[in-house]
Design a protein around this ligand. Structure first.
Ligand code: CA
Length: 223
C-alpha cells in the first residue's frame, strides 16, 4: 500500500516516513503543496496524509483540487488546529479524517488502516485458501503456523490479497508496493514473488501465486 505524506516540517515528515516504511508501506514525501498535488495527480496512492499549513498550496487547497478532479483517494489531515470549527471545515473540503498534532504514531497508523480498509471491503483480515494475513498484527498464518516475511514481502502479499481474484500487473504492483525512489525495474518484482512463493510453500507443491503470462500475478481460491 502506497502513501503520500505532504508535510513541510522535515522532522515530522521523516518520523511518519520511517514509521510507515517500517510497517511495510511504500511512502513518498512532498515538502510543499504544489509538489504534493503533482505527485497525487500522477501516482495511484492508497491514502494521503496532508499537513494543513503548507508552503505553495495549503492542505485544504490541495484536498479541494483533488476532489474537484473526482479523486476519491482517502485523505487524512495532520494539523495543530484543533477547534471544532476547523475540524468541520477540514472535513467539509472532502477529507476523510483528521489527526491533531502532536500525535502518537500508533494512532496515525490505526487511522491510515481504517481508511485503506474502508476503501476496500470493510474486512481487515485478508485471506486466500489456507493463507491469512492480518495487517494490524502484521502476521501471516498458514495452517496455524506463522510465516515470517520481510516488510517488502509482507507488503507484496498484502497487495495481492487485497486484489484477490484479479490479475495484478507488474506496473500496478510497483505503484502500490514501491515508492518513487524505486528505479522502476520490474524484474525485481519477479525476484520478490519468488521469495514469497518459497516462504508460502517451501515444497513448491501448491500454486499460491499464479503467473499470468504477459499480464502479471494473481492469487485466487483453488477450485
Ligand atoms: Ca506545516
Amino acid at each position: 500500500m502506497r502513501i503520500l505524506v505532504v508535510e513541510d516540517e522535515k522532522g515530522i515528515a521523516n518520523f511518519i516516513h520511517d514509521g510507515l516504511k517500517e510497517e511495510g508501506f511504500a511512502v513518498d514525501v512532498a515538502g510543499n503543496g504544489i509538489l504534493g498535488l503533482e505527485l497525487a495527480q500522477t501516482n495511484d496512492y492508497d491514502c494521503l496524509l496532508l499537513d494543513w499549513m503548507l508552503p505553495g498550496l495549503s492542505g485544504i487547497e490541495l484536498c479541494r483540487a483533488l476532489r474537484k478532479e473526482n479523486s476519491s483517494v482517502p485523505i487524512i489531515f495532520l494539523t495543530a488546529k484543533d477547534t471544532v470549527a476547523d475540524t468541520v471545515f477540514g472535513l467539509e473540503t472532502g477529507a476523510n479524517d483528521y489527526i491533531k498534532k502532536p500525535f502518537d504514531f500508533n494512532e496515525l497508523l490505526a487511522r491510515v488502516r481504517v481508511q485503506i480498509r474502508s476503501a476496500e471491503d470493510g474486512n481487515n483480515i485478508l485471506q486466500c485458501n489456507d493463507i491469512t494475513l492480518n495487517p494490524d498484527t502484521h502476521q501471516v498464518i498458514k495452517n496455524q503456523k506463522e510465516i515470517s516475511l520481510t516488510a517488502k514481502e509482507f507488503s507484496l502479499l498484502e497487495f495481492l490479497l487485497r486484489n484477490k481474484g484479479k490479475v495484478c500487473s507488474r506496473t500496478r504492483i510497483i505503484e502500490h508496493v514501491w515508492d518513487m525512489h524505486f528505479d522502476a525495474d520490474t524484474s525485481v518484482i519477479d525476484v520478490y514473488i519468488n521469495y514469497l512463493r518459497k516462504k508460502l510453500d517451501p515444497a513448491g507443491e501448491k500454486k499460491y501465486i499464479e503467473t499470468i503470462r504477459g499480464a502479471g500475478y494473481i492469487m485466487r481460491e483453488w477450485q
